[in-house]
Design a protein around this ligand. Structure first.
Ligand SMILES: Nc1nc2c(ncn2[C@@H]2O[C@H](COP(=O)(O)OP(=O)(O)OP(=O)(O)O)[C@@H](O)[C@H]2O)c(=O)[nH]1
Ligand SMILES: [Mg+2]
Ligand SMILES: [Zn+2]
Length: 350
């Protein structure tokens, strides 16, 4: 078994702040490397370890996701609690109950993977951009299957129009030499997450960057849809000393974030709205509307304005309930800490 130091696992001094060092030992800290239905896998300086799930009443946001740092309860062989996250990828869970689903934590760079084929879809790219920026991670758009397309440069140009300062790369993911240019976006001890629909080549990229041989499989010919080959979420060591989290293809990405990610993704549009004559301009028929002027001159795609409004409404709808959920989690973390320190105080006395 390979052993990694905390630094090599991506530890940052900031995580210390969420440990109460009088009661909690840094030697009980491990990083979650895989999440299964009935158990977690974690890696720490002592090697790999399997942990039981947390109690069923633990709120979703207080449960570990892949990439999380957790404090272990060695006696119960399970996470006692999750250390404060530096970044968190989350989406709204399917269904109507407004609950959040955690995707990955403590990620530095998010590779938004799509292909130069029918998978390519600007609204979806904008959703992923908002998710990654909202999490506080650095987005990179990676367009695979450039080798199978006559107009890869065209796909890249369309992506760049909405990408802002996010880099856009086109690759043949089956050629490891071509993927080297992606390595500059993830440094030693940093963590990268691979996001995108099924079949776009996330695991193919992972294999090239890790030298591993995780399962990949072909897509349907007619609509370029994948077969949901990757089922679990797992973290792997890259040959350059970084880490990559491979994720299953997402069928649906409902945003669970705040306005922040949206605002940076639509920065160009918001800049225009500030130039409208009326501060409450709705960009419909008002005189002096900079947004309409840009649409008429061809500088702004009207569809982008429509997509912005749609996402804005979606976020507004979800924000309140998610906010409530976060508060609940805070309360929960506090209780866990109290119980733990009482337990410690008790042990010290006896
Ligand atoms: N020619 C070519 N094939 C690619 C490229 N990227 C991926 N593929 C192929 O596309 C298929 C799907 O790739 P995967 O890596 O399994 O896709 P995935 O994103 O991990 O899919 P899920 O695990 O289902 O989410 C495989 O047959 C790959 O060999 C590429 O850039 N060029
Ligand atoms: Mg996969
Ligand atoms: Zn306007």
């Amino acid at each position: 078994m390979t052993h990694y130091t905390l630094d090599e696992l991506g530890w940052r001094p900031a995580f210390l702040q969420s440990l109460d060092l009088d009661h909690e030992a840094i030697s009980d800290v491990v990083r979650i490397s895989a999440v299964h239905r009935d158990a977690y896998e974690a890696i720490g300086p002592d090697g790999e370890i399997r942990l039981h799930m947390m109690p069923i009443e633990t709120p979703v946001e207080a449960r570990p996701t892949v990439g999380d740092w957790v404090l272990m309860d060695r006696a119960l062989e399970r996470p006692a609690r999750v250390l404060d996250r530096q970044t968190l990828f989350a989406r709204k869970a399917a269904g109507h109950d407004h609950s959040v689903q955690l995707i990955a934590a403590n990620v530095d760079a998010g590779f938004i993977v799509s292909s130069c084929n029918d998978d390519f879809n600007l609204p979806r790219l904008e959703r992923y951009l908002s998710l990654v920026r909202d999490a506080g991670a650095f987005p990179v758009i990676v367009l695979t299957k450039a080798d199978l397309s006559e107009d890869a440069a065209d796909f890249a140009a369309r992506a760049r129009k909405i990408a802002g300062d996010c880099p856009v790369e086109t690759v043949n993911a089956r050629d490891p030499a071509e993927l080297e240019k992606l390595m500059i976006w993830v440094g030693k001890n940093q963590t990268l997450a691979l996001l995108g629909s099924s079949g776009v080549g996330k695991t193919t990229i992972l294999n090239a960057l890790t030298g591993k041989d995780e399962a990949v499989s072909g897509i349907r010919e007619d609509d370029a849809k994948g077969r949901h080959t990757t089922r679990g979420r797992s973290m792997h060591k890259l040959t350059n000393g970084g880490w990559a989290i491979d994720l299953p293809g997402m069928r649906e990405l409902a945003l669970a974030g705040t306005q922040e990610g949206l605002e940076s993704t639509f920065g160009d549009l918001l800049e225009l709205t500030r130039q409208c004559r009326f501060s409450d301009c709705r960009h419909e028929q008002e005189p002096g509307c900079a947004v309409r002027a840009a649409i008429e001159s061809g500088d702004l795609d009207e569809a982008r304005l429509v997509r912005y409004r749609k996402l804005e409404r979606e976020i507004e709808r979800n924000e309140t309930s998610i906010h409530e959920q976060r508060n609940k989690q805070r309360g929960f973390t506090k209780t866990v800490k109290q119980v733990q320190s009482q337990r410690w105080a008790h042990r010290k006395r006896t």
